[in-house]
Write a protein that binds this ligand. Structure first.
Ligand SMILES: Nc1ncnc2c1ncn2[C@@H]1O[C@H](COP(=O)(O)OP(=O)(O)OP(=O)(O)O)[C@@H](O)[C@H]1O
Ligand SMILES: [Mg+2]
Length: 265
């Protein structure tokens, strides 16, 4: 199986503040994420999860180190190209909703499509259908500000899905939701994952973390545990098995030879 690296992080460092106020929030992080994975980033409050997520999603710049997205070194990209890459390939679901509060729900969900240059009619249809998926078709004309927390969260999910992104970044996507709505949101995210979208989720919810194919634990700005890419492990195991099989056929062949030799003698 082909394993495409969608994110390749090397020696990532993030320092907030300057001089005596400087705080190292991420310390030399290395992390590879493969296409189609679902990765849970877990760890205590203040450990650096959101910082890592913001850097991976190219919403903030690292102090040093590199982040390659589909092989492209993002740290070398200019703002325009960076924005284009982000808009085309990423979907976001974040703790702070980042919505335009005075725009309607529909306008908020249409925004990524507008940035991507989708025609107006198509953007309306796509946005409506995404809002239907999250059960908000009745609210499309509401101002985003006039929704409940959970409804806002669902608008964000619709907005994250509408572009059919290759990677979805979700920071506590179920943090503000009742369990029924939370389950719905989780289903939506994993449905996208089944269709090939890579999922990266920061969460305190152990059940949600377990649903992911991989768990990465952050502590004091470092990765202290990583269960690894499942498919990669499978591929490595298969390769080892194949190598062993080839070797044992060779062994059998040579022992047959020896046996024959023995028979002759
Ligand atoms: N803009 C900032 N300026 C200075 N320090 C910051 C800034 N943002 C975050 N930090 C610090 O960096 C550390 C990591 O923060 P981060 O938001 O990544 O934590 P987190 O793991 O997401 O926590 P939580 O689970 O509470 O959301 C914290 O100690 C925080 O105080
Ligand atoms: Mg956080």
């Amino acid at each position: 199986m082909e394993m495409n690296k969608v994110i390749e992080v090397k020696n990532l460092v993030k320092v907030y503040g300057k001089r005596s106020a400087a705080f190292k929030a991420l310390k030399n992080i290395d992390l590879d994420i493969y296409e189609g994975e679902s990765v849970a980033i877990i760890g205590k409050s203040g450990s650096g999860k959101s910082t890592l997520m913001h850097l991976l999603a190219l919403l903030d710049k690292p102090t040093s180190g590199t982040i390659k997205i589909e092989g492209v070194d993002s740290t070398k990209l200019r703002a325009r190209k960076l924005n284009r890459l982000r808009n085309r390939s990423f979907g976001f679901v974040f703790q702070q909703f980042f919505m335009n509060p005075n725009d309607t729900v529909l306008e908020n969900v249409m925004l990524p499509l507008k940035i991507a240059g989708t025609k107006r009619k198509a953007r309306r249809e796509l946005a409506k259908s995404a809002l239907k998926t999250v059960g908000l078709e009745e609210r499309i004309k509401f101002k985003a500000n006039d929704l409940s927390g959970g409804q806002k969260q669902r608008v964000c999910i619709a907005r994250a899905l509408v572009n059919n992104p290759s990677i979805i970044f979700a920071d506590e996507p179920t943090g503000n939701l009742d369990s029924a709505t939370g389950d719905k949101v989780i289903k939506l995210l994993f449905n996208a994952n089944k269709k090939g979208t890579t999922l990266i989720i920061v969460t305190h919810d152990e059940d949600l973390a377990k649903l992911c194919s991989r768990q990465v634990r952050v502590m004091d700005g470092k990765i202290v545990e990583d269960t690894g890419a499942k498919e990669l492990k499978k591929a490595t195991r298969a390769a080892a098995k194949a190598a062993k099989a080839t070797k044992s056929t060779k062994d059998t062949k040579s022992s047959t030879k020896t046996a024959k030799k023995g028979a002759k003698a």
